[in-house]
Each structure stands twice: as structure tokens, then as C-alpha cells.
Design a protein around this ligand. Structure first.
Ligand SMILES: Cc1cc2nc3c(=O)[nH]c(=O)nc-3n(C[C@H](O)[C@H](O)[C@H](O)COP(=O)(O)O)c2cc1C
Length: 179
């Protein structure tokens, strides 16, 4: 699949086959993600923590829900906690947590989604575990390097249902050469 097809065909996958993903394939996708450009050449590498096993990941999902219900700050943005059928990790057999500078992790996360899609796998970027991941004891348990901040969490696995493609609204394009 070429990169243009991957950009336009990728969708968030919220239904996964429990089948495990081969370690070599996960590693290839991570190496693709790590090709995202850093602002400086000599920058320290990002960290990618891989968690495998749908049952183990579902247990983490329940912990995320419990922790977030207990610790959420006041204000909007937490309605997903009470949304029927909402799952933190959508039964994915793999999650990948990217840690490091925010912009770099975001660029790597996008690469990871496109690489996974081009290699026949689905992804869903999930922001819902971020409050839970802000707890130092959770970061230690997941072996996230203490000097790095977890920024991006992605579900990864074989899609059980392929979401329809969407064409997004045309963005505003301002041509600087118009008088
Ligand atoms: C930073 C970020 C956080 C997200 N968090 C969640 C989430 O917690 N749960 C979820 O199901 N989807 C989450 N998504 C997926 C978005 O809902 C999804 O990208 C959006 O609906 C567009 O759909 P598409 O990815 O299929 O194009 C997140 C996406 C991004 C970029």
C-alpha cells in the first residue's frame, strides 16, 4: 500500500480480533514510527512500551476507568466514563505507549497508525488512559522510563470490523499569491 492510500484509508478501529500480533511485525511498525523527524538530529530517542495480551490489557482498561472516575478533575470532557459500551482499549491484543517530547511522540504516533494500516493492522489512538498514566506508580509498573513523559497510547491489532472510510471536510486553504 502506498502512503497516500494509507493516509486516506486509515480509520480508528474499535473492534479487534484477539489473535496476537507477531513480535517482528510490532517491531517493524515501531521502527517506522521512530522515523518521524525530531527537531534536532542529536536528540535522545523516544521510548515505546509494548503491552501484549487482550486479557491483560482489558484489566488495565478497567483500572483506567476506576482510577479516572476517582481522580477526574471537575469540568467537562469526562462524559466517556458513562458512555454505554465505551472501552478504554477496545479489546486490542496490543497497546503501544510512546514517551518523550510531546511533538515528537505525536509525529511518531501518526507514523505508527499509517504503518500499521499499510501492514494490514488496525489502530486506535486513545487519550482516555492519560490521567491514569500520570500516576508515577503506574508509570513504574509499566516500565516507562522515568525521565520521559508518556504522550501517546495506541491500540494495535487485527481489525475485527473495518470502519468505513470518511472524507473530511475540506480545510481552509489560503493561497498567499492572491492579491
Ligand atoms: C489524541 C487523540 C485521542 C483520542 N482518544 C480516543 C479515546 O480515548 N477513545 C477512542 O475510542 N478514540 C479516541 N481517539 C480517536 C478519535 O476519536 C478518532 O481519531 C476520530 O473520531 C476520527 O476518526 P478516524 O480516526 O477514524 O479518522 C483519539 C484520537 C486522538 C488523535
Amino acid at each position: 500500500m502506498d502512503v497516500i492510500a494509507a493516509i486516506h484509508g486509515r480509520r480508528s478501529v474499535r473492534s479487534y480480533d484477539p489473535k496476537p500480533v507477531a513480535r517482528d511485525l510490532i517491531e517493524s511498525i515501531i521502527l517506522d514510527a521512530a522515523q518521524a523527524p525530531p527537531p534536532f538530529r542529536d536528540q535522545n530517542p523516544l521510548a515505546f512500551n509494548v503491552v501484549q495480551g487482550a486479557a491483560r490489557i482489558a484489566t488495565y482498561g478497567k483500572r483506567v476507568m476506576d482510577y479516572t472516575r476517582e481522580h477526574r478533575p471537575d469540568g467537562p470532557g469526562w462524559d466517556w466514563l458513562d458512555r454505554p459500551g465505551f472501552k478504554i482499549f477496545w479489546d486490542a491484543p496490543v497497546i503501544v505507549i510512546i514517551s518523550g517530547p510531546v511533538g515528537d511522540c505525536n509525529r511518531a504516533g501518526q507514523n505508527l497508525m499509517l504503518s500499521a494500516h499499510a501492514r494490514g493492522l488496525g489502530t486506535c489512538w486513545v487519550g482516555s488512559p492519560m490521567l491514569w498514566l500520570s500516576a508515577p506508580e503506574v508509570r513504574t509498573e509499566l516500565r516507562i522510563p522515568s525521565a520521559l513523559m508518556p504522550v501517546a497510547v495506541l491500540c494495535l491489532g487485527y481489525s475485527a470490523a473495518i470502519p468505513e472510510t470518511v472524507v473530511r471536510e475540506r480545510p481552509l486553504i489560503v493561497w498567499g499569491d492572491e492579491a
